[in-house]
Design a protein around this ligand. Sequence first.
Ligand code: HPA
Length: 264
Amino acid sequence: MHLPDYIISIKDFLLKQGIPNQVDAVVILGSGLGDFGNEIEDQLAIPYSKIPGFPQSTVAGHSGSLIFGKVKERTTLAFSGRFHFYEGYTFQKTVLPVHIAHTLNAEKLLISNAAGGINLDFRVGDLMVIEDIITQNIDLKASSSSKKWQLNLYPIADKVQEIASQAGVTTKRGTYLYVKGPNYETPAEIKAFRMLGGDAVGMSTAPELIEASKLGIKSAAVSLITNAAAGVTDQKLDHAEVKEAAEMKKREFADLVKGLVEEL
Ligand code: HPA
């Protein structure tokens, strides 16, 4: 598949900074989960603002830098700060980390996000391994390819849960329902999403998983439940709870990602 030209020039820039032509893992850090960057050893951090042709992340809780280094002896490139459709990026720009993973011949792509819990058994702070997604027929025009694709995350979700339990991290499992945002949902929408089979709702990840599948990159995704979705409790939704939940689960999230970098 033909990648956009700006990916080639970003790659040239990254190679000049000392990032190798082949990396073991690419990690996309969700809202509030940027602290994982501190776990990367011998690191080289490059702010997005220093990378020619790179979009800038505008969301609070996303610092906007690329961190390269070692995790469990594996070369790892982390995106601390992602690009959401609701910020005004095209779908093609939202999947830039996936295109970079492809151009750097990454062996695996690990995606994380903050999400609202739809499933009534979920609690704030739960880590949900994504076994499937619902995109409600939103036309995710992230690439020029019209290649047919099929997403089957169930086998990889099994492996992620196995690795999590070896690392002593408890996980839930479920379907991630993608919304474009920027608004939070209404209680009626969440009720409808529950009937559709959604367990968690969020504004990222699905375009990235689809693009990775088209490009044949092995990928897995995990949601941190940062709030009960609208109408589940009486609590008003705001961005502060994203930070709180992430702070609470920082250690377990890091253990899980390290396990996945090493063993998935
Ligand atoms: N809805 C949509 N996206 C989200 C939510 C939510 O409740 N929480 C975190 N991201």
